[in-house]
Design a protein around this ligand. Structure first.
Ligand code: ATP
Length: 484
């Protein structure tokens, strides 16, 4: 360095991060890299570590959104000029709660903090509201295991069952001036991925609709055969810069909720009312825009049949939602008022597989000291070999993980056995003797570009049989199966 760079200040780092985020187009990668280099060169002591962690969005110091909101709440209470309303018992907690709620409908600190400074924390609920053009965190559903559990949980309330489509969540904002923006589940701008969806908006909204925010699922769709395609097909679409003429994977948008219409937020309305707005505001165009298939029933058998129908239509299961009590839209929340029933959660669906752990990866973070994930193989009797089928890293209790790690540690071998079949790219931290058989449940089997089970199969064997038996494959191409 010719000159010692100026010391980093918080505002300089923030400004640089903003510049990085806004770089786009030609040479943007290089430009971003050079901004990061600039920061790292100027960093001293432990600063590089935090710059890198910030860039990765992983601070690893136990700091999460909630901590930020609590800190803001405290700061707001300390700097509050007026005293809090009388009824507030624990002002710090109450202030943090208000900030959390404001953030859920307006997730932009750049709007919340100035409002805090201006009007104070107790006024925040009136001053920070849902705004069109600013995506809110989507409402999420809690998992359930059976239709009877749902009937129990929602006893005495009216509810509706909808197909659970397996695509990509989308929040579509259509502004007064006709501008359309599509946001992903994590509130990323996804408009560039779906120009066809943007294009369809003018055809699907009724003339009375000037502005709206639609909650929906975008699903890969075969318009000729009129059927939904698996998520894997959708994920082959480029993430941005898609042009309508180059689109190979058509999509259908399934609308299931509406959060705003013609200048009016609907979050506080019950689903029954929101749905009326939804049904009255859009025209269905088959294969382009459809309303989520739904029934209103509290009959176990009827719901069970509807679930089977949904799975037969290449959906993942059902989402069951309260209709007119406790049925407001709760942004960014895994709510008790939406329950999901996926075929893989259900005890009765799917056979289990007997698999052998043949290798593992060291655990990191919370899992330091045990294995973090295992490479599993199935045994092919015909070829007398173990063929990799998947990695597994979830579904264990901490105790089970500890026990399996301890037991397998004594089975570590230097090199993989000659009768292990795995891809060249498979590079685990340790290999094991084949010594344990685990019973593993799976939701779906899909064709892996990496794993070796039933590779190039001509004769049917167990895994290929199971793969062929599952319903979702009806939408796969036969060629896919033959290729792999
Ligand atoms: P996990 O945390 O296990 O990934 P999740 O709740 O985050 O589960 P899903 O289990 O896939 O995600 O279930 C919720 C998602 O289902 C929603 O985010 C949405 O994308 C999708 N979905 C499909 N159909 C509907 C529907 N009719 N109503 C609401 N969400 C639906």
């Amino acid at each position: 360095m010719m000159y010692k760079p100026k010391p980093l200040t918080i505002s300089r780092v923030l400004d640089t991060f903003r510049t990085i985020a806004k770089e786009s187009g030609k040479d943007s990668q290089d430009k971003k890299r050079s901004h990061i280099k600039g920061l790292l060169v100027a960093a001293t002591d432990c600063e590089p570590q935090y710059i890198i962690r910030l860039l990765q969005s992983k601070m690893r110091i136990g700091l999460a959104e909630k901590t930020v909101q609590m800190a803001l709440g405290q700061a707001a209470v300390y700097s509050e000029k007026g005293s809090p309303p009388k009824k507030v018992q624990s002002p710090f907690e109450e202030a943090a709660k208000i900030i959390k709620e404001a953030y859920s409908v307006l997730p932009v600190y750049d709007k919340i903090v100035p409002t805090l400074l201006d009007a104070g924390v107790w006024k925040l609920p009136e001053t920070c509201n849902f705004s069109i053009g600013v995506p809110v965190g989507p409402m999420l559903a809690k998992a359930t295991k059976s239709v009877s559990e749902i009937i129990d949980k929602f006893q005495g309330r009216e509810y509706t069952c909808e197909y659970k489509y397996d695509g990509e969540r989308a929040q579509i904002h259509c502004m007064e001036d006709g501008t359309v923006e599509i946001y992903s589940r994590s509130a990323e701008r996804n408009t560039g991925k779906y120009p066809d969806v943007v294009d369809a908006i003018s055809r699907i909204r009724k003339p009375t609709v000037k502005s709206f925010v639609l909650d929906c699922e975008i699903v890969a769709y075969d318009r000729e055969k009129k059927r939904i395609l698996p998520f894997q097909i959708l994920s082959t679409r480029a993430r941005k810069g898609v042009t309508i003429n180059d689109i190979k994977v058509s999509v259908c948008t399934f609308g299931f909720d509406i959060l705003y219409i013609n200048g009016k937020p609907l979050l506080q309305e019950q689903l029954k009312v929101r749905r009326e707005h939804l049904y009255n505001s859009f025209e269905e165009v088959p294969g382009v825009f459809q309303l989520a298939t739904a029934i209103t029933s509290n009959d176990l058998e009827e719901i069970q049949k509807f679930l089977d129908l949904s799975v037969n239509s290449s959906c993942e299961g059902l989402i069951i939602k309260t209709l007119d009590t406790d049925a407001t839209y709760e942004p960014a929340k895994r709510s008790n008022n939406w329950l999901k029933l996926k075929k893989d959660y259900m005890d009765s669906v799917g056979d289990s597989l007997d698999l052998v752990p043949i290798a593992a990866f060291h655990g990191r973070g919370k899992r330091t000291g045990v294995y973090g994930s295992f490479l599993l193989a199935c045994y092919d009797e015909h070829n007398e070999e173990y063929q990799t089928i998947c990695n597994i890293g979830t579904g264990f209790s901490e105790q089970q993980l500890e026990e399996r790690s301890t037991s397998l540690r004594s089975k570590v071998i230097k090199n993989p056995k000659a009768y292990y079949r795995f891809a060249d790219t498979t590079d685990p931290d340790v290999w094991f003797e084949p010594s344990e058989v685990w019973e593993v449940k799976a939701a779906d089997l899909s064709i892996s570009p990496v794993h070796r089970a039933a590779n190039g199969i001509v004769d049917p064997n167990k895994v290929a049989d199971m793969y062929r038996a599952q319903k979702i494959n009806h939408s796969h191409n036969q060629e896919d199966e033959d290729d792999d």
